[in-house]
Design a protein around this ligand. Sequence first.
Ligand code: AMP
Length: 143
Amino acid sequence: MTVNDILRHKGNQVITIEPTATLAAAVRRLAQHRIGALLVTGAEHRIVGIISERDIVRVLDEKGPAALGAPVAEVMTRRVVTCDRNETIAEIMERITSGRFRHVPVIEHGRLVGIVSIGDVVKARLGELEHEQNALREYIRTA
Ligand code: AMP
């Protein structure tokens, strides 16, 4: 199973925000879409960072509610780890585990074509395990 199989089900939509937007705007967008991270994009949809709910919680703890007026660019992670659609679920699980993050944008020819979250990866893996279990049951039943 690959990233492509996940994207086929969930689609290519990626919710983004501009680096100049405030953290309050980022909070609103995360809540409206019920997601945990936003890709930060600049001119020509270029990825300039990623901001997750964890970044916002951290800065709120450090600076208090006034931090909500700060721009996203001040808080986002700039070095974004990405993947391509032909990578396997196992490769993405390894990247998420070693990087200690829960979101991986999917890039094709330099363009953003989707995002996979830890939830998508776990769901895909559970589906795969169920499929394997059914195949084994069938094998035992007919052996
Ligand atoms: P998350 O677990 O995705 O909420 O993110 C935890 C931390 O990792 C936050 O500081 C995020 O900005 C950062 N982060 C999330 N996804 C990525 C990614 N794909 N590449 C690099 N950093 C990331």
